[in-house]
Design a protein around this ligand. Structure first.
Ligand SMILES: [Zn+2]
Length: 263
């Protein structure tokens, strides 16, 4: 039985789930994601953070538009960029003007009549130029993460933030940041080790390709049932609305890693 204090913590903790829709033009992956999103596991409206088509790779824009429309009817919509192309999430070393890629991709959403509100950078990449491009579009960013990402090197640019904040950018603009707090693996480890969930927001993310594995699909259902009991199921739109008015302000440069060295 849960104590009343546990109940009040669970009542205040907002839980939300998003999917990086990496392969919207792969029929098998798309069918798995569509089925999962439509069924609302744990009662959650799953946000689709979808990668736009890459015309340079011959990806079909019309099929993508139809699928993105379906996803947008089922839950909040976001924009996921692979800076280095379809299968290369992070930008190549020395890449510049990454904000231009975001603007080009954003036009594909606009042309389709879609209005994504959220953004996640491929490979969790973030830099000031990207942040400015996001703020200019009024996006809410979810690229900050605080769970272990062993494939990142200490020198890889990323954001480290555990709870929502308005990030103050060098231009003076502000960008609302709703961190991604747990991967599926990180949440399951917390659950199995009976550790407490910390913080006022639990934002679980997974990848559409996870859904091809029956084992990972079952693990996701389990994780979302667990979250439903441990907090208040919300969707990303509701969480963004809730935090927009109350999130504290932080300098982008104070949460971007690796920290800039003087001179
Ligand atoms: Zn990706």
């Amino acid at each position: 039985m849960r104590s009343s204090s546990m109940d009040s913590v669970a009542e205040r903790r907002l839980c939300v789930v998003s999917c990086h829709v990496e392969r919207p033009l792969d029929d098998q992956v798309w069918a798995a994601f569509r089925r999962f999103q439509t069924r609302r596991p744990g009662g959650f409206r799953v946000a689709a953070i979808i990668r736009p088509p890459d015309p340079a790779s011959g990806e079909d824009e019309e099929t993508w538009r139809q699928r993105a429309e379906v996803a947008a009817r089922q839950g909040p919509l976001g924009h996921h960029t692979h800076f280095g192309g379809v299968s290369t999430a992070r930008p190549a070393a020395g890449s510049t003007r990454l904000g231009e890629r975001i603007a080009t991709e954003a036009r594909l959403f606009e042309d389709a009549g879609l209005v994504p509100r959220f953004f996640v950078g491929g490979g969790w990449y973030m830099d000031p130029d990207v942040a400015e491009a996001l703020a200019e579009r009024g996006y809410v960013d979810c690229t900050a993460a605080c769970f272990p990402r062993r494939y990142l090197q200490p020198s890889d640019r990323r954001l480290s933030l555990a709870s929502p904040a308005w990030l103050r950018l060098p231009s003076g603009r502000r960008l609302l940041e709703l961190p991604t707090t747990h991967s599926l693996g990180a949440l399951l480890r917390t659950c199995v080790r009976l550790r407490m969930l910390n913080g006022p927001l639990v934002h679980l993310c997974f990848h559409d390709t996870d859904l091809l594995s029956a084992r990972r699909r079952s693990a996701l259902w389990l994780a979302l049932e667990y979250l439903r009991l441990m907090g208040r199921p919300m969707d990303l739109d509701q969480v963004a609305d809730a935090w927009a008015a109350t999130a504290p302000e932080e300098s982008l440069l104070s949460v971007i890693l690796p920290a800039a060295t003087p001179g």
